[in-house]
Design a protein. Structure first.
Length: 300
């Protein structure tokens, strides 16, 4: 999979278009449709991604579900021929719908595009699927539209998935995303309370723009040093110790290596319980050991 930040070196491409802020199952359907059509017609398949969070640029700050590094890793598995990374700034934002289409034709050499049913483009989202098809006829490219995708009677969307994550329903989030939700970052030193109790945790220096699960304790998997290890993850402020900072801390089962400064990924499989303020440290330790025992028996 090639990464382009300038004109592609392919003559004819099929490009998946969208905000792709979550890369959930509906987004992946659009992308896979493009890959399939490209293979069947001797064209090159690609995905257009923006380097910046487009919502931040237009002034509508929205929590991230999938950062670009994770997007590229996920796309690598799908095997498109390329990803085109474009800088989204205020100048690019002001392209009219036709200017945006001309950009696609001149820089990505499109012969077809794949979009979702609610796709919009151009300055202030003035272009819609109907207009895109009209431009397709004018500039000589096909437009394939993926219909709405629903699960449990709900439309699969990044907005809904954010609400699921924030509610702590990680099993439902996994179904809508097509994978487990993850938080990643370098391991940094915290208050060391876990180590003092004999239960060391990896304090994740996560991107504060990420959507965080509801405060509580979760069973999950920590990926570290090429290993996939069960863990108990605490999202919260450590009420028993009177801490004020919200942290994401992973206690990795059967693991006691020094990983300060190392980059880890923590996935959330299932919520075990909510936040509890214990009367004393002994009660907290007892509960954590119970959480660890429950997690150890789970098929993760």
């Amino acid at each position: 999979m090639k990464i382009f930040r300038d004109k592609t070196d392919y003559d004819g491409t099929v490009v998946a278009l969208g905000n792709f802020d979550g890369l959930h199952i509906a987004h992946m359907t659009i992308i896979r449709n493009g890959i399939k059509y490209a293979k069947e017609n001797g064209l090159k398949s690609g995905v257009l991604l923006f380097e910046e969070n487009t919502n931040d640029v237009v002034g509508h700050k929205i929590e991230l579900i999938t950062p670009n590094e994770a997007k590229l890793e996920l796309l690598e598995r799908e095997k498109p021929d390329f990803v085109y990374m474009e800088k989204f700034d205020k100048e690019f934002m002001k392209k009219t719908p036709e200017e945006f289409v001309q950009y696609l034709v001149e820089n990505l050499h499109i012969k077809a595009v794949c979009v979702g049913y609610d796709y919009s483009f151009g300055y202030k989202a003035q272009g819609d699927v109907k207009l895109l098809k009209w431009f397709g006829e004018k500039y000589g490219f096909k437009v394939f539209v993926t219909d709405v995708i629903k699960l449990d009677g709900k439309i699969v969307s990044s907005t809904y998935i954010r609400s699921i994550i924030k509610a702590g329903d990680m099993e439902k989030a996994e179904r809508f995303l097509g994978r487990r939700y993850c938080i990643e970052g370098n391991v940094v030193k915290g208050l060391q309370n876990g180590r003092k109790m004999g239960i060391p945790t990896a304090n994740v220096d996560y991107d504060v723009n990420m959507a965080l699960p509801e405060e509580g304790v979760y069973a999950g998997i920590t990926y570290v040093r090429g290993k996939r290890l069960k863990c108990v993850v605490n999202v919260g402020k450590n009420l028993t110790f009177g801490a004020r900072k919200l942290t994401v801390e992973s206690h990795i089962l059967d693991f006691d290596e020094d990983i300060y400064g190392e980059y880890i990924r923590v996935s959330f499989a299932k919520k075990l319980r909510g936040v509890i303020k214990f009367d004393g440290v002994d009660k907290l330790i007892e509960q954590i050991h119970h959480d660890m025992e429950v997690t150890s028996k789970m098929d993760l």
